[in-house]
Design a protein around this ligand. Structure first.
Ligand SMILES: [Mg+2]
Length: 210
């Protein structure tokens, strides 16, 4: 039985939500919602008088800050460590975090792989493997060709691309405001996962339904 598991980092293990919401609220005086992101980020429409171009700049600044060292300030998604430890205890010891750090931020000099590894260790996740791709396509290839039983991501686009490359891999969508799942829709049969309890059951093939 294949017990090799893959997880996305940003939005599945690392919690981008609160720090980003806080900065957004500081800048615009209003708290964002899933609808906010769908309007601004995915549909390119204004929201609450905020223009998509303005937001894109803000979004870019935030990620540049993260990849330049601000990542160290992030906390874990609730119950992520317990969930991963539970899986190891059930015999799923081969766990890989698959992420990518965009190469378009040319001013970033940090060794992001080493930095991310240190962050994981600091959070008590020294037992998971880490794969850091340079871009989205490379990440999708690593997941598709990695021989995994399942992959959990918070971006439906990644799950769709993995499906096109490897229809056999089981895919779970961790629902996050950043995921854009409301926009891109249920184009194939990935599983919706709302929290780490559901992620653990999914990874063990014990979820209800299909
Ligand atoms: Mg993500």
């Amino acid at each position: 039985m294949n017990r090799k598991l893959s997880f996305d980092l940003d939005g599945v293990v690392a919690d981008f939500g609160e720090p980003f919401y806080g900065l957004f609220e500081q800048r615009y005086g209003v708290r964002p919602t899933s609808e906010t992101f769908n309007h601004l980020l995915y549909n390119g429409l204004p929201w609450n008088s905020i223009q998509p171009d303005e937001f894109a700049g803000f979004n870019n600044d935030y990620f540049r800050h993260l990849y330049n060292g601000g990542f160290g300030d992030l906390e874990l998604v609730e119950s992520a460590v317990n969930g991963l430890r539970t899986l190891v205890g059930r015999g799923y010891e081969d766990i890989t975090i698959n992420t990518y750090r965009p190469g378009e931020f040319e001013d970033i000099t940090l060794d992001t792989t080493r930095f991310t590894r240190l962050w994981l260790n600091d959070k008590g996740l020294d037992f998971v493997k880490l794969e850091v791709a340079q871009n989205e396509a490379e990440k999708v290839a690593k997941i598709s060709e990695g021989g995994y039983f399942s992959h959990v991501d918070d971006q439906s686009k990644i799950l769709s691309l993995v499906f096109e490359s490897n229809g056999g891999i089981r895919r779970g969508l961790h629902v996050q405001p950043f995921s854009g799942h409301l926009i891109e829709g249920a184009f194939d049969d990935f599983r919706i996962l709302n929290n780490w309890d559901e992620i653990v059951l999914f990874c063990m093939g014990q979820e209800d339904g299909r």
